[in-house]
Ligand binder design. Structure first.
Ligand code: ADP
Length: 454
């Protein structure tokens, strides 16, 4: 692999360029016309406009134009990042047809895990229990009501092709089930172009625990321990912690082994994440994300393993242990504690609506134990309304959870961002809250803690 095109923008494009540069691989960036001043463009060795004349998001989804740029620039591989085309089977197939390496899993695995019902079937076949739910899609309100009658409320209606916390409705009774069915269906249709939904038992107040996996083309599958992503707003992650503070070593071992079991069962290749909901001693599989995730950063901090470099080398056919130099499972060490906060250009005082405009002041924290993955965070940067509002990911690393909390409080205090509103004060309230600091925050923590918004 000599040259890699990154079919993405912002911080994740820059993240991948960095890994390539360390491996002495040349980088190709793409940017929508509206992104002509976006930092990722300047961080690539060469960069080209993509999807001319298309709407900004559609430009990054223009499969044929991306393939054209890859071929014209002589790229032999494409990294899709997260979001955009990262889980798009058509895109991965086009890469294959053109002899371009798609840095991600196989078409089979994209298909298997893009569909949450197929994913649950796969987990079950591997001997791991998913959240109890309908056997397949539900095709009428009556089927939802029947499920509620048989298994009790609350229940959750979910889009089969869902992602990003969308297309999900909780129902506590029949009335809500009826409303929820229609809403989940229309939301699914609008967001994913497919209105298929299914039902599962709503786990009242779980922890969201996910396990980072790496698999190679030589049959090796390992885990890099878990992340606690329970601090969510409307089912979307806000703060992530690794490892989970409130889990015993034996439960950690059990859950990490369960994740490996699923991924070994399917012969998974490249980076992936197996997600679970944990309620007391029980854990239930929910889904697999077959790509690098936003919060891979904190796993890198606690294991010292570079996940993106691993992705590149795995896609180039290398062996996890012999070629990439990652230790065997029993020798992978978990050290210290890491936290990530997602700083967004959203206004907490106005329902977290994205804010836009020019950043006049941008001063970021630094020092021991701070990691920053920045997209367009700099003085003079113009925040447009077209894309995701993630501005910078700040991670802290300490010898234990209390120390990484201490560092995060300091890091958030040290930030000065003016000209565009951000969620920094809100994040500070989360980090400062006793429930967060006890390590006991569950998925409903933000939505049920009004003082975080003060
Ligand atoms: P997405 O793919 O949109 O991220 P997930 O299936 O990963 O959706 O779920 C996202 C979040 O929604 C979970 O972390 C959890 O907080 C909540 N959730 C999903 N399914 C359930 C469930 N059955 N019971 C309770 N909460 C759930």
């Amino acid at each position: 692999m000599k040259k890699v095109l990154v079919a993405n923008r912002g911080e994740i494009a820059i993240r991948v360029f960095r890994a390539c540069t360390e491996l002495d691989i040349r980088t190709v960036g793409i940017y929508a016309a509206e992104d002509e001043n976006s930092m990722h463009r300047f961080k690539a060795d060469e960069a080209y406009v993509v999807g001319k004349g298309k709407r900004p998001i559609d430009a990054y989804l223009d499969i044929e134009d991306i393939i054209r740029i890859a071929k014209d620039s002589g790229a032999d591989a494409i990294h899709p990042g997260y979001g955009f085309l990262s889980e798009n089977i058509e895109f991965a197939k086009r890469c294959q047809e053109e002899g371009i390496i798609f840095i991600g899993p196989s078409l089979t695995h994209l298909d298997m895990f893009g569909d949450k019902l197929k994913a649950k079937e796969t987990a079950l076949a591997a001997g791991i229990k998913p959240v109890p739910g309908s056997d397949g899609p539900v095709n009428s309100v009556q089927e939802v009501l029947d499920f509620g009658e048989k298994h009790g409320y609350p229940l959750m209606i979910k889009a089969t092709l869902g992602g990003g916390g969308r297309g999900m409705r909780v129902a506590y009774n029949e009335k809500e089930a009826k409303e929820g069915y229609d809403r989940a269906k229309s939301e699914a249709k609008a967001a994913f172009g497919n209105d298929e939904v299914y039902v599962e038992k709503y786990i009242a107040n779980p922890k969201h625990i996910e396990v980072q996996i790496l698999g190679d083309s030589h049959g090796n599958v390992i885990h890099l321990f878990e992340r606690d992503c329970s601090v969510q707003r409307r089912h979307q992650k806000v703060v992530e912690v690794a490892p989970c503070v409130s889990m015993s070593d034996s439960q950690r071992e059990e859950i990490c082994q369960a994740a490996v079991q699923i991924m070994k069962h399917v012969g998974y290749i490249n980076a992936g994440t197996v997600e679970f909901l944990v309620e007391g001693d029980h854990f239930y599989f929910i889904e697999v994300n077959p790509r690098v995730q936003v919060e891979h950063t904190i796993t890198e901090l606690i294991t010292g393993i570079d996940i993106v470099i691993a992705q590149l080398l795995i896609a180039d056919g290398k062996d996890l242990h012999q070629d990439i130099g990652i230790p065997h499972q029993k020798d992978i060490e978990l050290r210290g504690s890491a936290i990530q906060c997602r700083i967004t250009t959203e206004d907490p005082e106005n329902q977290f609506l994205p804010d836009t405009g020019k950043i006049d002041t941008y001063r970021s924290p630094g020092g021991l134990g701070i990691r920053l993955d920045v997209g367009n965070g700099y003085a003079g940067s113009e925040i447009t309304p077209y894309f995701d509002s993630l501005l910078v990911k700040v991670c802290t690393f300490g010898t234990d959870f209390d120390k990484s909390v201490q560092k995060m409080r300091r890091a958030l205090k040290e930030f000065r961002i003016r000209g565009v509103k951000t969620n920094i004060l809100f994040l500070f309230n989360v980090i400062n809250h006793p429930v967060f600091q006890s390590g006991q925050a569950k998925t409903t923590f933000i939505d049920t803690t009004p003082e975080l918004f003060e």
